[in-house]
Design a protein around this ligand. Sequence first.
Ligand SMILES: [Ca+2]
Ligand SMILES: [Ca+2]
Ligand SMILES: [Ca+2]
Ligand SMILES: [Ca+2]
Length: 403
Amino acid sequence: MMNKLLAVTGMIVGLWGSAVVWAADVSLQGQMAESSAGACPDTVARLTLVTDDYGSETSWQLTDSNFQTLYSGANYSDNTVYTEDFCLANGSYSFTIFDTYGDGICCQYGQGSYAISVDGKALVSGGSFGNSETAGFTIEDSDGLPDLSEYYKDAEGTTGYALKTALYNIIKDHSSQGYSALWSFYREQELDSYFENDGSILDIYSENPEGSDPYVFARSTDQCGSYNSEGDCYNREHSFPRSWFGGAREPMNSDIHHIFATDGYVNAKRGSYPYGEVGVTTYISSNGSKLGAAASGLGYTGTVFEPIDEFKGDVARAYFYMATRYQNVIAGWENNTTYSDAVLNGSSNQVFEPWFLNLLLAWHQQDPVSQKEKDRNEAAYGFQGNRNPFVDYPEFAGLIWGK
Ligand SMILES: [Ca+2]
Ligand SMILES: [Ca+2]
Ligand SMILES: [Ca+2]
Ligand SMILES: [Ca+2]
């Protein structure tokens, strides 16, 4: 696809590099719009660029949310109208225009301008700037469904439990690395590059996002081990407790997507209690993770464990992953323990009891996907060969479970 896009850019320069006649441009633009729009499965956005008296000073680029340059242009003639069509999947984009002289393209030496529009409606526009100007915009097409990347193509156009099943088929065949390999993942990947950025283990039960941490774990050397109190060592926390799936059974027991490095002592406090919002706190960790009686109105009465706000969405998306990756077997886990029964409803599609599903969806909304999760998902993909779809496409949760 990149080759074709680059070819389109090159073609425009070739065709119009010396064109100054407006009438000729119009007919060429018409051909260009038809040919590229016809080949675009997504949304066609059109750039209209009018150069000023010094067209050669102007260049631009269009980048996606991963900072990849999708389109670019340069070497323009003076006082000329150019158009170029972009074929864009749903997502966020940045358009940056440059002027090498530093006086923009309007309005001292000509009346230059730029605009990007979809169906004739301008998303961004301008012309008066200095060395450069960046304008962000978002593309959403009319069916309301996300345009999926190559990994997820087989799920394109599906919603509800059909989407969940399509995702299951995409992520189900991961390559389990075994339980001890989790240590090497933590050593290389589960590191604080986001808060203190000190390369220590990033522990969701002790990280204090607003300030310094109560204690810090050196990777490898502070692996558990035995512990008597917080800060002694870190171990491998099955956010989805292993007893719920029947013990140390693979591949669940070693599935990195739901197993986080956490303080051993806090992990033991959490035990296999359901996550939930605490009403009366009986234990609180140094970073504010709580154990206690469920808050009234939660729809569940019993002991629950509440991570801090910063990591609520992280665990919610780990649960969405579990419900999807193991949808072939998860219906059979309900009666493994009292707590699995409290959380699971015995189905392979909805998977969760209503109170718990509402909680997960709320946490998912309140704590959106962070860079830490994106990086971890990418690393997990390298580690075991499958992805957490709910990190890549947060909208999947709503498309599957409503809300
Ligand atoms: Ca830290
Ligand atoms: Ca911190
Ligand atoms: Ca988070
Ligand atoms: Ca149940």
